[in-house]
Design a protein around this ligand. Structure first.
Ligand code: G3H
Ligand code: 13P
Ligand code: NA
Ligand code: ZN
Length: 328
């Protein structure tokens, strides 16, 4: 069944678990996420970025999610729009049937330029007014995602601020977060606490203080009724990096956010944990290995099926680690 983000995260807060929000672009991802949810009896958040809409086309994305709901009617599914860059984009998603939208007013309409507080409040409040009238939830963002190690937003051409950010932008201020929630009425709030988008988060193996856990605690204490969201939460599995590179890939040494630290964040109010990169890495590793080891094969279903299994394993692991399992 289709449910809103608010409905799901209220339940998650009551029972102290987190929910991974997986990005979806194609049929294999959709099936991997749903098969993992079915296997572990987990509720689901699937999210579509602007890039996903461009790749698959909005009608295909919409019907893929609706098809998942039809095939697994016992699994609650939140259909979320990731990183909306304007109220118009969010409104279109609401019309398309999304049950939750993110208005990311921390960046301008180009998805790159950091904005000021008043702009962020103005666009986000507008989306809250429209969305809540339709029973749709809203996620906002305050602070700019980026590595505390390098000050970089992470991705070269994806979602994220351009150039180097300073330390105060990279850590969400608890007072500003509280003011933002009061000014906008968002259901969930994405915070900046040391993660960044993409595969290149940390250049060295992460220490156990790689996330600003103290900051998460302060924000949660200040706005206990707002569900916190962590973007850039991929763990960048080293085993998949090794497989990719073993079979002809060239991925530089890089590290993500350890699962244990995500679990720690969940104890302090983080309820939605955004994961895209991990499924991309598993998918690419599975394809490279399959093509290299079966060079005579030309039925694409053979290697696409391997991507489903690879992604499903990661989804199962996150549902279990985050305590999502058993809550469908
Ligand atoms: O937040 C970014 C997500 O990983 C989506 O990435 O814009 O390449 O689809 P994308
Ligand atoms: P990753 O790049 O760490 O998977 O983060 C994805 C994300 O935050 C999508 O909004
Ligand atoms: Na989002
Ligand atoms: Zn994100």
């Amino acid at each position: 069944a289709l449910i809103s983000l608010r409905q799901l995260l209220d339940h998650a807060a009551e029972y102290n678990y987190g929910v991974p929000a997986f990005n979806v672009n194609n049929l294999e991802q959709m099936r991997a996420i749903m098969m993992a949810a079915d296997q572990t009896n987990s509720p689901v958040i699937v999210q579509a970025s602007a890039g996903a809409r461009k790749y698959a086309g909005a009608p295909f994305l919409r019907h893929m999610i609706l098809a998942a709901i039809e095939e697994w009617p016992h699994i609650p599914v939140v259909m979320h729009q990731d990183h909306g860059t304007s109220p118009d984009i969010c409104q279109r998603s609401i019309q398309l049937g999304f049950s939750s939208v993110m208005m990311d007013g921390s960046l301008g309409e180009d998805g790159k330029t950091p904005t000021d507080y008043d702009y962020n409040v103005r666009v986000t409040r507008r989306v809250v007014e429209i969305a809540h009238a339709c029973g749709v939830s809203v996620e906002g963002e305050i602070g700019c995602l980026g590595s505390l190690e390098t000050g970089m937003a992470g991705e070269e051409d994806g979602v994220g601020a351009e150039g180097i950010l300073d330390h105060s932008q990279l850590l969400t201020d608890p007072e500003e977060a509280a003011q933002f929630v009061a000014d906008t009425g968002v259901d969930a709030l994405a915070i900046a606490v040391g993660t960044s988008h993409g595969a290149y988060k940390f250049t060295r193996p992460p220490t156990d203080d790689i996330l600003a856990i103290e900051r998460i605690k302060e924000i949660h204490a200040r706005i206990p009724n707002t569900h916190l969201v962590m973007h850039g939460s991929s763990s960048v599995p080293q085993d998949w990096l090794a497989i990719i590179n073993q079979y002809g890939g060239e991925i530089k040494e890089t590290y993500g956010v350890p699962v244990e630290q995500l679990v720690e964040a969940i104890k302090h109010g983080v309820r939605k944990i955004n994961i895209d990169t991990d499924l991309r890495l598993a998918s690419t590793g599975a394809i490279r290995r399959e093509l290299a080891t079966n060079p005579a094969e030309f039925d694409p279903r053979k290697f696409f099926a391997k991507t489903i299994t690879a992604m499903q394993e990661i989804c199962v692991a996150r549902y279990e680690a985050f305590g999502t399992a058993g809550n469908a």
